[in-house]
Design a protein around this ligand. Structure first.
Ligand SMILES: [Zn+2]
Length: 406
């Protein structure tokens, strides 16, 4: 990720760390190579471990997406709310660990096995940070504590929960970073949003928020009508005064622009002006695209070219297993490559690695192969027929394979 692909390259690893990266012959000359085991991976490309900028691991025990492709978004929300209630209620049959903790464990394992080294995780209360500290090779986690609701009676408790999460230091996890997430404009009142924003600002912590995921969300905010009205009525939280146009996507973006890092999740239906606004804050505002979730809901084509034309930092996420068949970020990158064939694979590689770490406010070396950094490496193997093509053109072909090396 530092420059051009290195032909006949090698990565020297001691313990868990990269000690040299570059030309194989040079590394062989510079290091006392007889002390190393040499693994020849054959023809292919070594790339950094992926950065999955958006996921909800608590839904990792869902076998397949809820509903069906093209499901109405509000119907899907009803399903996910039921799922969450059940998950929080049920205990595992064998011990006292909650089903949610087990789902997170399963999600972390699946994430690692598909070659991802870092995640942007959305987690709900009760949030147990040690759920993310599973073994000696943990996944680097930016954990956004998600809050939602419209009941002022809950706000003081929500404030203290978020403050205590953001200001805790201790964790058994060596790479656990904290953040906050007001869920979405349709599920968070303006007051709660302001409260989360104020607490995040004083803790200087990143914020992630689902914004402009559907046209219905815009309709609710701009006209106080549409599918979401029924949903909010059914949940007993409908108040027409909440949606008189005062709480707008432009206003939310304005506030988020003051955050240490603001990750706008989805942004499928942002206006040109809103995209311009995000582009005017390149240091701290980013967008996360979840390609296969996008396809599942059969949204209008993602405004990817508009985003790239504005040099907005765009990263990739799997979202959860409630809208995606798995947590494999390589498959998201393959989906981008097949939907946007004009994009260069190097551009997609950045979205799947360094752009994600920038969006999550993680150390800039994450998503690169760098000396003195933990070795997280994937090997991309071309199908035999890809060999003749330009060195990197085939990285995200449907027939190429991602093999996590370590
Ligand atoms: Zn999400």
């Amino acid at each position: 990720m530092h420059g051009k692909p290195c032909e006949n390259g090698a990565v020297a690893v001691v313990g868990k760390e990269v000690v040299a990266v570059g030309d194989f012959k040079k590394i062989k000359r510079d290091l006392s190579i007889s002390n190393f085991d040499i693994v020849d991976l054959g023809d292919g490309i070594i790339v950094p471990g992926w950065v999955n900028a958006h996921t909800h691991l608590e839904f990792s025990d869902i076998e397949k997406p809820l509903g069906f492709p093209g499901i109405k978004f509000t119907d899907w929300i009803r399903k996910i709310v039921n799922q969450r209630l059940e998950s929080n209620r049920l205990k595992s049959e064998t011990n006292s660990i909650s089903r949610k903790s087990l789902a997170i464990k399963r999600g972390l394992l699946e994430t690692r096995q598909s070659g991802t080294q870092a995640i942007g995780e959305i987690a709900t209360a009760p949030l147990i940070s040690n759920d993310y500290a599973q073994d000696d090779c943990p996944i680097i986690t930016r954990c956004f504590f998600e809050q939602l609701g419209r009941d002022p009676l809950n706000y003081p408790n929500q404030a203290s929960e978020l403050t205590s999460f953001l200001t805790q230091n201790q964790s058994n996890h060596p790479a656990f970073y904290r953040g906050a997430s007001p869920h979405a404009p349709y599920s968070v009142s303006e007051l709660l949003f302001n409260q989360i924003q104020t607490i995040s600002l004083s803790a200087v912590t990143p914020v992630a928020m689902h914004i402009a995921e559907t046209l219905e969300e815009r309709e609710l905010l701009e006209q106080g009508s549409g599918d979401f009205v029924e949903l909010l009525k059914d949940f007993g939280i409908w108040n027409p005064l909440d949606f008189n146009g005062g709480f707008s996507i432009a206003g939310i973006l304005q506030q988020l622009s003051t955050a240490a890092h603001a990750l706008i999740v989805h942004g499928n239906y942002l206006s040109d002006l809103e995209l311009d606004f995000i582009a005017a804050h390149p240091q701290n505002m980013s967008l996360a695209f979840c390609p296969r979730t996008h396809r599942f809901f059969e949204h209008a084509p993602y405004p990817l070219q508009k985003i790239l034309d504005r040099n907005i930092n765009l990263c990739l996420g799997t979202d959860s297993r409630a809208s995606n068949p798995d947590l494999n970020l390589y498959k998201e990158a393959q989906e981008v490559a097949s939907s946007f064939p004009e994009l260069s694979p190097i551009e997609i590689l950045k979205m799947a690695t360094v752009n994600g770490s920038q969006a999550l406010g993680l150390p800039s070396s994450i998503g690169t192969i760098s000396e003195n950094r933990r070795a997280s490496l994937n090997f991309i193997k071309p199908s035999a027929s890809s060999h003749a093509i330009h060195a990197t053109d085939w990285i995200f072909d449907q027939t190429s394979q991602c093999i996590p090396v370590r």
